[in-house]
Ligand binder design. Structure first.
Ligand SMILES: CC(C)(COP(=O)(O)OP(=O)(O)OC[C@H]1O[C@@H](n2cnc3c(N)ncnc32)[C@H](O)[C@@H]1OP(=O)(O)O)[C@@H](O)C(=O)NCCC(=O)NCCS
Length: 321
């Protein structure tokens, strides 16, 4: 890494630390298509640098539920002090360059494509620039540091039974996973495909056959009405770099049947998970939720989670202004 880029990254690290103590330090140049997009400042040093990663999902892969077949992810690093107007101006210029980059990329015009930028939720100085380029804040990575107050003890429905799922529960687990994907479709970044149920079933079979499935079912009168799937630190390494704290746990799926919502099922499941997380010494738990989901957004906040990163996206990718 050049000295100029190293200086820029340490400026970004200082700003991130001052706006959100859970953010990591950007320390390396990310994987990318190879092009480096630079916005120069008046002093000749870069005011912003960005790298674009191109991703093509395999047909019928499970990940197609959560993103487009052709994906373009910008890692954007902008130097400067928190809340400076210069932050927004430099990000704006970087997005102009990214848009020109995508204009030269044929698959960015595919119907099933998306351009995405993950921006720190509390780095508010960039918000107007992101909006100006047609990006929409659809998905949030929320974080709960250990010890943050969680579910209130009052939510304890008596007729509810919680238990760890086992391989015989693959049907119930799959049905509840498909249910939440179907619901999340309303909010713009999730899609239920004909192959999704099969892919979810395969994933559930694998998880439930493993040594620590971290999959809980809530049952009422013997019927599975709620599901929570989480990943202990050894399976959450893929997202651990999103925060400076470790070890990291990940809450992958939370689903309650429509007729059972609002009666305390979700609260009970989360309380159970938090007990497990505390016992495992997890420092911070992360999860994704749709920003526009009117059920999950307040629910996660009440459970002790708050925004860490916001994914801003536009579809198709070429629609980036
Ligand atoms: C989000 C979701 C998982 C929450 O689970 P839930 O079982 O509905 O949650 P709870 O019942 O524990 O809490 C929700 C509300 O019910 C209230 N509540 C809790 N216990 C209650 C009880 N015993 N009686 C009545 N209300 C109760 C809570 O205070 C909360 O209040 P609100 O009405 O202000 O929102 C569930 O609504 C769901 O599956 N939604 C669709 C899928 C989804 O969004 N999943 C999350 C994706 S990230």
């Amino acid at each position: 890494m050049s000295e100029v880029i190293a200086d820029l990254l340490s400026s970004v690290a200082a700003r991130w630390q001052s706006i959100d103590p859970l953010l990591p330090d950007p320390t390396s140049v990310p994987d990318s298509c190879g092009a480096e997009h630079t916005v120069p400042a008046a002093n000749g040093r870069p005011a912003a640098v960005g790298w674009c990663r191109h991703l093509r999902l395999a047909p019928e892969s499970a990940e197609l539920a959560w993103g487009a077949a052709a994906q373009f992810w910008l890692t954007a690093h902008v130097a400067g002090e928190p809340a400076e107007p210069a932050i927004g101006a430099a990000l704006d210029e970087l997005l102009v360059r990214w848009s020109a980059h995508l204009a030269a990329e044929p698959t960015a015009a595919d119907e099933d494509s998306q351009a995405v930028i993950r921006w720190p939720s509390r780095d508010v100085a960039g918000v107007r620039a992101l909006l100006r380029h047609g990006l929409q804040p659809l998905t949030v990575i929320a974080a709960r540091p250990a010890g943050r107050p969680g579910p209130a003890a009052a939510h304890r429905p008596a007729d509810l039974r919680l238990r760890m799922a086992d391989p015989a529960d693959v049907g119930a687990v799959t049905a509840l996973c498909v249910e939440v994907i179907g619901f999340d479709q309303y909010f713009g970044s999730v899609a239920l495909h004909p192959h999704t149920a099969r892919a979810e079933r395969q994933a559930a079979e694998k998880t439930l056959a493993g040594p620590a499935p971290w999959t809980w079912l809530a049952e009422r009168n013997g019927r599975a009405v709620g599901l929570l799937v989480a990943q202990p630190p050894e399976r959450a390494a893929w997202i651990a770099a999103a925060t400076r704290k470790s070890p990291v746990g990940y809450l992958a799926t939370m689903s309650v049947l429509p007729g059972e919502r609002g009666s305390g099922v979700g609260t009970r499941l989360v309380a159970e998970l938090h007990r497990e997380l505390d016992a495992a010494g997890v420092a911070v738990t992360l999860l994704h939720h749709a920003q526009l989901n009117p059920l999950s957004t307040p629910f996660w906040n009440r459970m002790g989670y708050r925004p860490l990163w916001t994914s801003w996206e536009v579809r198709p990718a070429r629609a980036l202004r």
